[in-house]
Write a protein of this length. Structure first.
Length: 411
């Protein structure tokens, strides 16, 4: 959604970020994993049903458009692949084998699928080519965060991020921060992606491919996924939902639903729709202000969906799912951390089981500044004293333009 990528769960006040050495790979480097993707001439039917009426209205209002027709084996469930196998006069179980190669093993080509015959691998390559993005840049932060700039088949640019963190158990966990759209139409005033404008929605395969490509490039397992990269996920709800089901699939990456976070700028109908998915996800809603005037200045979407509407949808979501909601709050010096803000937030969030993640705004061309350490600590303490469950989130990758849209903006 915004700003520097954050871990899905964090409980410590963030230390000041340091700058340092940045390893960078550009197009043509040996690390570049992608090949130009091609679209199959005979497409598998796009499976996403029409979006909800409000999301359609939002998409029209924002100039959004559906993803390009895309036949991509990475966006097919095992049973869909089994149907294709049947059409090719192959046993249905081959569908499960191909799915496991594509998703569990993150195989980037059919060549690696050694339990398929060479003849079948060639037929699949000819009829159902794997649509891989091309890695254009890879930057490594001093804190271990890695940022990727990918080009999709039509040249659209997206960013993804890999974060590493140590859990209380001592295990290292990897979190992939994913883009759901190329660019974004929501126009948040503090966001680098907003300045790029909106290009198009990503397909489910293009979303899942970010995890699979990162797993291949880094030769590592991905344990968490956060939809906090480029775009508003709930304006691309059907593809996002399918991508989550694919990442969660037990024959694939098998990422636990509770380890998947969807972050939205707050689209009421999308939030209510998400409650019907039956997935135990983490919903994160960007709040960023305690009154409509301030929020409308920071987030133009607030003019169409003011706080009252957004929070009513959040209440409905919590009641329907029994889940707590995470509210993201970008702290901006002199804008949204006033002394009266904690009380306003208490009133606004009354009755919603929730926690608040505070994130110092990422400095950028927008001109907004993060509060200093003392101001951050003061605001945190004031929220906690008011009875709110708040933490300051760890920022990642600031030395590598970790905030979404910054790398693509350099192109
Ligand atoms: S402009 Fe889009 S990507 Fe940026 S913070 Fe707003 S919703 Fe998220």
């Amino acid at each position: 959604m915004n700003k520097a990528p954050r871990e899905p769960r964090a409980d410590a006040v963030a230390p000041a970020m340091t700058t340092g050495q940045v390893a960078e790979s550009k197009e043509g480097d040996s690390v570049a994993a992608g090949v130009g993707a091609s679209q199959a001439a005979k497409g598998i039917q796009a499976l996403g049903a029409a979006a909800g009426a409000e999301r359609e209205a939002d998409a029209v209002a924002c100039g959004a458009a559906d993803a390009a027709p895309h036949a991509d084996p990475r966006e097919l469930y095992p049973e869909e692949l089994a149907g294709i196998m049947a059409d090719m006069a192959e046993p249905a179980y081959r569908g499960g084998q191909v799915f496991a190669w594509l998703h569990k093993e993150a195989a980037p080509s059919y060549d690696q699928m050694t339990n398929l015959s060479a003849a079948l691998r060639h037929r699949l390559e000819a009829t159902l080519p794997i649509a891989r993005p091309t890695l254009l840049r890879r930057r490594v932060s001093t804190d271990g965060t890695i940022k990727y700039l990918f080009a999709l088949a039509d040249g659209a640019r997206i960013e993804s991020v890999l974060m590493r963190h140590r859990e209380d158990t001592g295990h290292i966990r990897h979190t992939a921060c994913l883009s759901s759209q190329a660019g974004c139409a929501m126009g948040c005033a503090f966001c680098a992606t907003a300045s790029l404008g909106f290009k198009r929605n990503l397909s489910a395969g293009e979303i899942v491919a970010q995890v699979l490509e990162i797993a291949t490039i880094e030769q590592t397992a991905i344990h968490n996924a956060v939809y906090m990269g480029m775009g508003e996920p709930l304006l691309n709800g059907k593809a996002v939902e399918k991508s989550i089901r694919l990442l969660h699939h037990p024959q694939g990456q098998n990422i636990g639903a509770r380890r998947i976070t969807l972050s939205t700028c707050g689209l009421p109908e999308g939030i209510r729709d998400m409650a019907t998915w039956g997935l135990d996800l983490v919903l994160a809603v960007s709040l960023h202000a305690a009154d409509d005037d301030t929020r409308s200045r920071l987030m133009p979407v607030n003019r169409r969906h003011p706080l009252g509407e957004v929070l009513a949808a959040c209440r409905d979501y919590s009641e329907a799912t029994g889940k707590r909601i995470t509210f993201e709050y970008a702290m901006i010096k002199g804008v949204n951390i006033g002394a009266d803000t904690p009380r306003k937030l208490v009133d606004l969030l009354n009755g919603i089981p929730c926690n608040i993640n505070l994130i110092p705004v990422n400095p950028g061309a927008h001109g907004y500044k993060p509060p200093n350490q003392k101001e951050r600590a003061l605001f945190l303490r004031a929220l906690q004293a008011a009875g709110l469950d708040a933490v300051v989130r760890q920022e990642r990758g600031q030395d590598i333009q970790g905030a979404c849209g910054q790398l693509a903006g350099e192109e």
